[in-house]
Ligand binder design. Structure first.
Ligand SMILES: [Zn+2]
Ligand SMILES: [Zn+2]
Length: 176
């Protein structure tokens, strides 16, 4: 099953969040950044975390980014009025979102650290290093072969994380 997070500006078609399209072997869900924002808002409510104005501004700013971003850029963008988000709040919120699985930190093409939007849960992410568009592959069958090879060497896998970075088809088309 593959989910994709696309930027709102790049949305080519609209499907409800829970509407799954089956394409041969994979089920594909296309999530817009609006969906990402709405899911976080719902999750915070569920965890009884107050959606203060600064937190709302941070989440919205992240949802609107057409590129991977740094916490520094977020803090600088939201410091002036009307948002007036303090640096401490910006950094704490990014840490929180990362801990909860709503963001992941990747290395950009220039070797800098930046954040990209993800969804919590056990997924294997394929993230565009330029725009942050993310594909989420649900299920671990892709690792079966590797597990068999390792088992032959007497190794039993108990836990895995798999994160891939590269360029999405749009960013490949806009090569500099
Ligand atoms: Zn891209
Ligand atoms: Zn897995």
């Amino acid at each position: 099953m593959i989910h994709s997070i696309i930027n709102e500006s790049e949305r080519t078609y609209d499907i409800p969040t829970d509407n799954r399209m089956t394409d041969c072997h994979n089920t594909i869900i296309s999530l817009s950044t609006t969906d990402w924002e709405q899911r976080i808002t719902a999750a915070l409510r569920e965890h009884h975390i107050r959606l203060t104005q600064p937190r709302r501004a941070i989440i919205h700013w992240i949802a609107c980014q057409p590129h991977v971003f740094s916490t520094e850029a977020l803090a600088a963008a939201l410091a002036p009025p009307p948002t007036r988000v303090s640096r401490a709040t910006a950094y704490r919120m990014v840490d929180y979102l990362r801990e909860q699985g709503w963001l992941t930190r990747i290395r950009t093409e220039r070797g800098l650290y930046a954040y990209a939007r993800t969804l919590p849960g056990h997924y294997h992410h394929a993230i565009c290093r330029r725009c942050g568009a993310t594909l989420l592959i649900d299920g671990c069958a892709i690792l079966d072969e590797l597990n068999v090879v390792l088992a032959r060497h007497g190794f039993r896998v108990q836990h895995h994380l798999l994160e891939l970075t590269g360029l999405c088809w749009r960013c490949q088309a806009y090569k500099q």
